[in-house]
Design a protein around this ligand. Structure first.
Ligand code: PHE
Length: 363
């Protein structure tokens, strides 16, 4: 730095202070101290005005040079701080897209949920929508509307849980639904004919041993159209079992049976073997009952507001826990509802594997 006494040393101090400013705030404080209205450099510039012309001519160039240098130093430092801030952000917000995806979540999907998802996918493919009904059901939907009048013996067979009513409570009697069949009535009343629905859900019966729990799961199926027959019912059930058990050679046996809400009625068994305690579907000499079915009784169509002279229907009801046990080789039904984490880890399914027909139901 040339000219005016001490200006060179002062300038060197200013420049090193500016270069050392740690952040925007420190830099701004320094700018005010040097170039602000009462800043050190501004005061010297103003002092030039009071000098005689000769002295001014001698002093001005050095002072102007100092001011230019200081201003340039501010610009450089500001840019350097901005660069450093950007670099820090880039470092902090950096993401390694080559890292593996999130690890498998700790929780698993319960086999009942898995099987509901699987059968929903299979029946959706055949044009069945999902319908729902309440678990606390009116006596009428659960029994009367399904052609089971109060004195019918089938009522005793259902081991029903009845809801307690206080004295003077005149609401209609309610039960915990003993099967998913009341959803047939609700679906007909809500949607009319033609109709194709399944209704998976919880049902309740007062029963408890190795193969029975007081709460279990069923899926109801109902199809209503102008002309439907047992042959179509049989095709739908065979198609379902082939897709569900993922075994080409499934074999079903239709046994004549009786349900008040279907006529004729059939129970369906699936061929299996128990060789060396290992259950195999589609081979062997044993038969396992998996569902009840039949042609919808005219009284049931009528209760659902569907004219039996114009419409026909078939229906079926299948135990979801039962077919889950069969497909996934789970020996004890009661373990389904004990919430034992070791059991869930063993028999559960990965949460992100959603069953779909094209990708394969279970992987
Ligand atoms: N609701 C019957 C049961 O729980 C099953 C069934 C449904 C039978 C539909 C025929 C038609 O056992």
């Amino acid at each position: 730095m040339r000219g005016m006494d001490g200006l060179g040393a002062l300038g060197a101090t200013y420049l090193s202070d500016i270069a050392a400013a740690a952040d925007e705030a420190a830099l701004e404080a320094l700018r005010i101290a040097l170039l602000g209205r009462k800043g050190a450099i501004s005061l010297r510039m103003r002092a030039l005005g009071g000098m005689d012309p000769e002295a001014r001519r001698a002093a001005a160039p050095a002072l102007n040079g100092l001011r230019d240098e200081v201003e340039a130093a501010f610009r450089a430092r500001r840019a350097a701080l901005a660069d450093a801030a950007l670099a820090a952000r880039l470092a902090a917000e950096w993401l390694d897209v080559t890292l593996p995806a999130r690890p498998r979540p700790a929780g698993t999907v319960h086999p009942v949920t898995q099987v509901m998802d699987e059968l929903t996918a299979i029946f959706a493919d055949m044009g069945f929508a999902v319908a729902e009904g309440p678990q606390v059901e009116t006596d009428w939907h659960n029994f009367d509307a399904l052609n089971i009048p109060p004195e019918h013996p089938a009522r005793q067979e259902h081991d029903t849980f009845f809801l307690h009513r206080a004295e003077g409570d005149n609401r209609p009697p309610h039960v915990l639904r003993t099967h998913t069949s009341p959803v047939q009535i609700r679906a007909m009343l809500a949607r009319g004919a033609p109709l194709r629905v399944i209704a998976p859900g919880r049902v309740y019966r007062l029963d408890m041993d190795q193969t029975h729990t007081p709460m279990f799961h069923q899926v109801e199926g109902l199809a209503i159209d102008r002309e439907l027959s047992m042959a179509q019912l049989k095709w739908v059930l065979e198609e379902f079992c082939r897709a569900f058990f993922e075994v080409e050679g499934v074999e079903l046996r239709f046994r004549a049976s009786h349900f008040p809400f279907t006529e004729p009625s059939a129970e369906v068994d699936i061929r299996c073997s128990w060789a060396d305690g290992q259950l195999r579907i589609g081979e062997g000499e044993s038969w396992l009952e998996i569902l009840g079915s039949g042609m919808v009784h005219p009284n049931v169509l009528r209760a659902g507001g569907v004219d039996p002279d114009r419409w026909q229907g078939f229906a079926f009801g299948m135990g979801i826990d039962r077919i889950a046990m069969l497909k996934y080789g789970i020996p004890d039904l009661r373990a389904f509802f004990e919430s034992d984490l070791r059991w869930l880890r063993h028999y559960g399914f990965a949460a992100l594997d959603i069953p779909a027909l094209p990708a394969g139901l279970s992987r």
